[in-house]
Design a protein around this ligand. Structure first.
Ligand code: GLN
Length: 577
């Protein structure tokens, strides 16, 4: 009997065996393939970029792929994390709040993901402890191995089964040697043993240092990092070397000798102008065919699908570098120094710029001290403004001053979530004469709570007093700018993450003043998109949603494209064209 068959027999929980490998119903060992990506030496190597780029190459060849990110921290999800420390909170259509890497996967693969594609130690351990309380372990002492690792394998296999993936891409957070990620690596080792040869491929990302004083690439840290992985019982099949410049053949040879990985599978993954160039870099290094061989999938490849997908992608990448125009968009924000907290916005601008033929530069605008007295100076040289999502009072009045300036000076404006609410407040105060208009998020006792928590509506939607999260349908009002942007679609779907909204009792007043609510909830009076008539402003749009979360390289968000195109027109006008 083969190892796999034995395991299939003992996969049910029993007190007569030391094995603990719960399998989802209908799962067959050895049927799905797994690529496990781990990092060594330092964190922040771009495991998600590597993993999503490789997954894309396989998807382009007609294979079904499903990524999963395993996070080491004990939070149940990313909802409570400070974006300043951990990058933006990415929201999936099913409402899952997760790591920003999931955004990289969705964009690279042009594929919607769900809760199955993300987990944390907090979630895994909660499930184990809940099972323990239910008595599901039949009197056994519950241990990290095999029970917690068993739960990790269950997650991976459940994803494989539900997504019908040919290949599951597993990204293990952190770095080999981190205490908190060790059991994920152990689970991956067990998975490879159980699934059998040719079913699991390990990729180690490593870092090749170039000390300034020496001026040459050094491989020792990389060697030691991979060795650490091997000490855990894992022989990687592929090593991707991160570095700022292409990794020299000599350095690759050294790494190859010390790690038993053939030279052709030790590849350079050096910095590129855009992450969207990484798939081609990996393809040129032959990594996609190596993985297909290792996982015995070569005969499943569709050459036609590959050719078609590559043609479209190459065209997109060519446009990134060949933009003829350029615009500068100002982004107001609290986390002005941390680009990662606005990752999706920056990506959406890149996609929109590529589609509109413009290189988009961004300027961070700290609104903490902004007021009508200095706003002109602050916005000098920008051809458009984004007020992005956010929480809390800081800089709120400064944002309103920027919006007022944009409205009065026909400067293209896009308000996202908080930026939508701020635009409503600005309009209520300065156009409708409601000088006390405010949000109860900033002043719970304000006289005119135009933006407020509306528990009755939340109850209708079944979300209690929590945040309204995830994908929601929006009805678009025909004949509006929103309708034009979305190709006259009557309904669209965007993703949300907010607690406050426009109080319906002010809608009449705002509308009479000239504010157009062009996107609404299909049933309830929840305002989702606003705009000003094009007779008074070239591009003034706000949305309670986060359209940046669903912007994809080949399908940019129309709201962002609209903003960039309006900014381009302004550049032409400034040049007198
Ligand atoms: N703070 C606002 C709210 O909770 C906006 C949230 C956001 O911008 N994501 O409604």
């Amino acid at each position: 009997m083969k190892g796999r068959d034995i395991l299939a027999k003992v996969s049910r929980i029993s007190d007569e065996t030391e094995f603990y490998t719960p399998l989802p119903d209908g799962y067959r060992l050895g049927q799905c393939r797994y690529v496990i990506v781990v990092g060594t030496v330092i964190s922040g190597l771009g495991k998600g970029i590597f993993s999503s780029s490789l997954a894309k190459l396989l998807k382009d060849k007609g294979l079904n792929v499903a990524p999963i990110k395993l996070e080491g921290y004990l939070n149940i999800d990313s909802g409570t994390l400070n974006p300043y420390r951990h990058g933006e909170v990415f929201v999936l259509d099913d409402g899952k709040e997760c790591d920003m890497d999931l955004g990289t996967y969705e964009r690279m693969l042009d594929q919607d993901l769900c809760s199955d594609n993300f987990t944390t130690s907090g979630q895994i351990l909660t499930e184990v402890l809940e099972k323990e309380r239910r008595g599901s372990y039949l009197g056994r002492d519950v241990q990290m191995i095999p029970h917690v690792t068993g739960e990790v394998k269950m997650k991976l296999r459940t994803l494989a089964l539900r997504s019908k993936a040919d290949v599951v891409f597993v990204e293990i957070g952190g770095t080999v040697g981190d205490y908190e990620n060790a059991y994920y690596i152990e689970a991956a080792r067990e998975l490879a043993y159980e699934e059998g040869p040719g079913r699991v491929c390990f990729v180690a990302l490593t870092y090749v240092l170039t000390p300034k004083t020496l001026g040459e690439q050094k491989s020792k840290a990389a060697q030691l990092g991979v060795k650490r992985l091997m000490e855990m019982g894992i022989q990687p099949q592929i090593i991707a070397c991160r570095a700022s410049d292409p990794v020299t053949e000599k350095v690759r040879q050294k790494i190859s000798i010390y790690t038993n990985v053939p030279l052709e599978r030790v590849v350079s993954m050096h910095d590129r102008e855009s992450i969207y160039m990484i798939p081609d870099q990996l393809r040129q290094a032959g990594i996609d065919s190596q993985v297909l061989q290792l996982l015995e999938l070569t005969d499943r490849v569709s050459r036609k699908a590959d050719k078609d997908a590559r043609a479209k992608w190459d065209d997109f990448v060519r446009h990134i570098t060949q933009a003829s125009g350029q615009v500068t968009i100002g982004i107001t924000g609290k986390y002005t120094a941390v680009r990662d907290s606005y990752a999706s916005i920056l990506k959406a601008l890149e996609h929109a710029g590529t589609a509109a033929g413009a290189k988009v530069f961004t300027r961070w605008i700290d609104t903490t001290d902004a007021s009508s007295a200095n706003v002109r100076e602050l916005l000098e040289g920008v051809q458009g403004i984004i007020v992005p999502g956010g929480f809390g009072t800081r800089g709120a009045e400064g944002k309103i001053a920027c919006i007022e300036y944009a409205r009065n000076h026909k400067l293209p404006y896009l308000g996202l979530c908080l930026g939508f609410q701020m635009a409503v407040l600005e309009f209520a105060r300065n156009v409708c004469g409601l000088s006390a208009a405010n949000s109860t998020e900033f002043d719970p006792d304000c006289a005119e709570p135009v933006i407020d928590i509306l528990p009755e509506q939340k109850k209708i939607e079944g979300l209690g007093a929590n945040m309204r999260l995830g994908g929601q349908d929006i009805d678009i009002v025909p004949g509006t700018l929103a309708a034009e942007l979305f190709d006259n679609a009557e309904h669209i779907r965007l993703r949300f993450r907010h607690r406050y909204e426009v109080d319906p009792k002010y809608i009449d007043l705002l509308t009479k003043g000239g504010l157009i609510f062009s996107g609404r909830h299909p049933v309830h009076p929840i305002m989702q998109i606003l705009e000003l008539s094009r007779d008074v402003h070239p591009f003034f749009v706000g949305t309670q949603a986060h359209p940046c979360l669903t912007s994809r390289p080949l399908r940019p968000s129309p709201m962002f494209t609209g903003l960039v195109e309006a900014a381009l027109k302004l550049v032409k006008k400034e040049k007198g064209g």
